[in-house]
Ligand binder design. Structure first.
Ligand code: DGL
Length: 276
């Protein structure tokens, strides 16, 4: 048993899809969340830059007493797939790719799986690599959806939103035509657009939330290592961002169904922190 917190980071608000599931599965755990909103997007940057940012984000998270770090960022998880001990030897870690790929492989019946994510995620081929090791017969169809992230960060998420619906149709029509029966939402922002994506893809397509699957994996790791908290009171979420406190708290409250005050993040200056 261990009362340390669960550390979660993302380039922005998308990692809350993971936090929501952590709170549901492990309500007594404390969560430290960092959204690097000053440097979002990660998905258009080079592999080297994404890895550097991710290591800096984890250095910030490690200022706190954490027992596991979750990279709730599809881009970080994809480009770091082959990095050994990515969070350091002293810290348990999971990204989103291996958990989401496992869930998708278990869910598909026709072995045709779509993956949507940022440009960096799709270019990395990380999902195809993992899925092929699970089952060589699986066919993977990737599509980057770069405009989804700003739509989510700006709150264009409600079912029927005209702008998001048109953009979703443009991005998803080819994957839909491929006849996939599972679609991995490989960017943690995308589950906030679930209604819009599901309406277009249809009921026969199972959507996999990569952030949610990462929370499941973290739960399994902590259970197996006997590291779940012994605290009986409800855990607390503490949020940090590197910019945009107000928009984060509004969107986070909307998404988590909490009061905006409870989701108000603390602002940190990542450059000053790194210079310390
Ligand atoms: N959260 C990022 C991801 O899951 C998307 C936003 C970005 O490009 O940084 O890939």
């Amino acid at each position: 048993m261990n009362i340390s917190a669960i550390g979660v980071f993302d380039s922005g608000i998308g990692g809350l899809t993971c936090v929501k599931e952590i709170n549901r599965l492990m309500p007594n755990e404390d969560v430290i969340y960092f959204g690097d909103t000053a440097r979002i997007p990660y998905g258009t940057r080079s592999r080297e830059t994404v890895l550097r940012y991710a290591r800096q984000d984890m250095a910030f998270i490690k200022k706190f007493d954490v027992k596991i770090i979750i990279s709730a960022c599809g881009t970080v998880s994809s480009v770091s797939l082959n990095e050994k001990n990515f969070a350091g030897e002293d810290c348990l870690y999971t990204g989103v790719v291996i958990p989401a790929a496992g869930a998708a492989a278990a869910a598909t019946r026709n072995k045709r799986i779509g993956v949507i994510g940022t440009q960096a995620t799709v270019k990395s081929n990380a999902y195809a690599k993992v899925l092929k090791t699970i089952n060589q017969d699986i066919k993977v169809f990737g599509q980057s959806c770069p405009m989804f992230v700003p739509l989510v960060e700006n709150g264009y998420v409600e079912r029927g939103n005209k702008v998001s619906t048109i953009i979703a149709e443009q991005y998803l029509k080819q994957i839909k035509n491929e006849g996939v029966d599972v679609l991995i939402l490989g960017c943690t922002h995308y589950p906030l657009l679930t209604d819009i994506i599901a309406d277009f893809m249809g009921n026969d397509v199972t959507l996999i939330s990569s952030g949610k699957e990462a929370a499941n994996t973290a739960h399994a790791i902590l259970t197996k290592s006997n590291l779940l908290t012994s605290n009986e009171k409800r855990g607390t979420n503490r949020y940090f961002v590197s910019d945009g406190v107000e928009s984060f708290s509004e969107n986070a409250a909307l998404f988590l169904g909490e009061n905006a005050e409870d989701c108000t993040p603390e602002l940190i200056n990542i450059d000053e922190f790194l210079a310390e």
